[in-house]
Design a protein around this ligand. Structure first.
Ligand code: NI
Length: 252
């Protein structure tokens, strides 16, 4: 068995100088699958060049809520058209972010819903980004049902239960390893095992013992081992579970 990273920005410029070493460290750490999340058409082109004969890379593409105010109508249309590309396995990360942008909520909602509807039509899962916007995110997902994952989930366990009822997966990042992060640890304990995923969201949010440094896919192992121990599950068994979940969500 092997580890996986369900959400990586390995195509970020943070990795431009040492992408081959980063991939080698993934292989050494037995991280054998990764979802490369692209925020625009340039990201997507770059992701197509990231390959390895020992790692299965998948690609997700979607308009990030923080970019909604910046992108022209033409650019939005161009990215939405690209979602049809068969190499795009998931639509994301999409969603709502009222932490960085709270003056364009309606525009964010509109783009989020448009992308959900495209995902439904194409029968692709979505990857949801939600920050300081959990209730609106929930209301939209309840009204527009589609399969997907709450990426880097950082809200309450009560809301996690509600998303699970909608059929969503819950993905935990390195924050679960942070000493003072009570919520992600509580969430890890209540998510049904067949709905749980792990991710780095690198280059951000490096888990302990790399906290504060650039994150990379190989570090997902720290997050995986931490959760396995928290749940008192054998490491091999936990790897098997998350691989099943990843395949069920993104590959079937
Ligand atoms: Ni991300």
């Amino acid at each position: 068995m092997a580890w996986l990273d369900s959400h990586t920005h390995i195509n970020d410029e943070a990795f431009d100088d040492d992408i081959n070493e980063v991939i080698q460290r993934m292989i050494d750490a037995k991280v054998k699958k990764a979802m490369i999340v692209c925020l625009n058409e340039d990201d997507f082109k770059k992701a197509l060049y990231i390959t390895s004969d020992q790692i299965e890379f998948d690609i997700a593409l979607g308009i990030y809520p923080g970019d909604v105010k910046e992108f022209s109508k033409e650019r939005v249309d161009k990215i939405l058209n690209l979602l049809e590309d068969s190499r795009v396995k998931a639509v994301g990360e999409i969603g709502l972010d009222y932490y960085w942008d709270k003056d364009n909520k309606d525009a964010q909602k509109e783009i989020f819903i448009r992308q959900i509807e495209i995902a439904k039509r194409l029968n692709k899962p979505i990857i949801v980004h939600s920050r300081n916007a959990i209730q609106d995110t929930y209301d939209i997902l309840k009204a527009h049902r589609v399969k997907g994952v709450m990426h880097c989930y950082s809200d309450s366990k009560e809301m996690a239960k509600e998303f699970i009822k909608l059929g969503m997966y819950i993905s935990l990042s390195g924050t679960v390893t942070f000493k003072n992060a009570k919520e992600p640890k509580e969430v890890a304990k209540i998510v049904p095992l067949d709905r749980l995923l792990i991710e780095t969201d690198c280059p951000y949010l490096a888990p302990v013992p790399h906290r504060g440094k650039r994150n990379e896919p190989a570090y997902v192992v720290h997050t995986g081992k931490y959760i396995a121990e928290l749940l008192n599950i054998d490491e091999d068994e936990f790897q098997k579970i998350i691989n099943e979940n990843y395949d069920n969500l993104f590959r079937r």
